[in-house]
Design a protein around this ligand. Structure first.
Ligand code: DOR
Ligand code: ZN
Ligand code: ZN
Length: 354
């Protein structure tokens, strides 16, 4: 028997749970089951749903569904849309944060014109985060907005050397910017994309070895959070003529990062900062008393599609041997996940809406 490690419940500020409109890919019950299996007790769900969480009526209806069906604690992002900037103050009362898509990705939600960006930065409360999907020179746009409005901005899934170096420079200049990187950008490159085809396609796309080296080099300093960008699509959709970008990540992120820890690439303290304390502090999320996860750091497992709880049922990491297993998850004193006892999984509704 190897020793059990107790860690805080993990926090993922970047998951796609597909409600409303994409429940065949994932819903609140299946996505939060995957979260618990991955060691996450608190997650934020993205607004690029169908319809998007960009109007008060859709956001409130989605909150009503979530409150009945989540197994862990979930907050919802509002999405910025040029057509609905007048709703931003009302959306802010019911959302954990605002997401602005500056670049093309899955779904039509986009806000890149200056009037819309001004409205977002003027109307969104300073106490709640603005998160950006920004690639390439859009990172400079986001830094400019953070500087002009002197307010915090969080950069999602930074994946390129140029981007992380620009964020490092912005931080050195004292600007209130933070960023996340994903395990898939830390573990896969464009060579894997060639091997995986649509199963290795996401936004931002997998990058070069040099880009990946830069992310690892900045993991001890510039990077604030690891986020999964859990973006499930079905295998049928991935096999179609027009495959959507995105891959699941909730159940593989911690095993991958624990494997990196065993390889000496980061310390356990840093892992906990990146996957729990920093995301909670940066997004101002509530603490979760009597909440922790039990890890077997020595256990070696082979990642297998058959064992996933995400509805999409596949991961590009299938077949990879990882070291570090989530055994049990305790949320507010209650057992909500046990790897050996499927019946211990918390029922829908056991989680709280943030
Ligand atoms: O690959 C991605 N998939 N990147 C995104 O930004 C969106 C996501 C999705 O919703 O599928
Ligand atoms: Zn994105
Ligand atoms: Zn995303």
């Amino acid at each position: 028997m190897s020793p059990t490690l107790h860690l805080p419940g993990l926090v993922d500020v970047h998951t796609h749970l597909r409600v409303p409109g994409g429940e065949h890919k994932e819903d609140f019950a299946s996505g939060t089951a995957a979260a618990l299996a991955g060691g996450f007790t608190q997650i934020l769900a993205m607004p690029n749903t169908s319809p998007p969480l960009a109007t008060l009526d859709v956001l409130l209806a989605t909150r009503a569904v979530a409150s009945q069906t989540v197994r862990c604690d979930v907050g919802l992002y509002a999405g910025a849309s040029p057509q609905h900037t007048d709703e931003l103050p009302a959306l802010a009362n019911h959302a954990a944060a605002l997401k602005i898509y500056l670049n093309d990705t899955f779904g039509p939600l986009r806000a890149e014109d200056l009037p819309t960006l001004h409205a977002c930065f003027r109307l969104w409360p300073r106490s709640k985060m603005i998160a950006l999907h920004a690639e390439g020179q859009s990172v400079a746009v986001g830094i400019g907005l953070a500087a002009a409005y002197r307010r915090p901005v969080h950069f999602c899934h930074i994946s390129r050397r140029d981007e992380i170096e620009l964020i490092a420079a912005a931080k050195a200049a004292g600007l209130p910017v933070t960023c996340e990187v994903t395990p898939h950008h830390l573990f896969l490159t464009d060579r894997d994309a060639a091997r995986l085809g649509p199963l290795g396609d996401m936004r931002p796309r997998l990058a070069t070895q040099d880009d990946q080296d830069a992310l690892w080099a900045h993991l001890a300093s510039t990077v604030d959070c690891i986020a999964t960008d859990h973006a499930p699509h079905t295998l049928a959709e991935k096999a179609s003529a027009n495959p959507p970008p995105g891959i699941a990540g909730l159940e593989t992120s911690l095993p991958l990062m624990l494997t990196a820890m065993q390889q000496g690439r980061l310390s356990l303290d840093r892992l906990v900062e990146l996957m729990a304390s920093n995301p909670r502090r940066i997004f101002g999320l509530p603490s979760q008393p009597d909440t922790f996860i039990e890890i077997d750091p020595q256990a070696r497992t082979t990642i297998a599609n058959e064992r996933l709880l995400t509805r999409c049922g596949w991961t590009p990491f299938a077949g990879m041997v990882v070291q570090g297993l989530v055994r049990r998850v305790i949320l507010r004193g209650r057992l909500v996940y046990d790897v050996d006892r499927p019946e211990a999984l918390a029922p829908p509704g056991a989680g709280r809406l943030i």
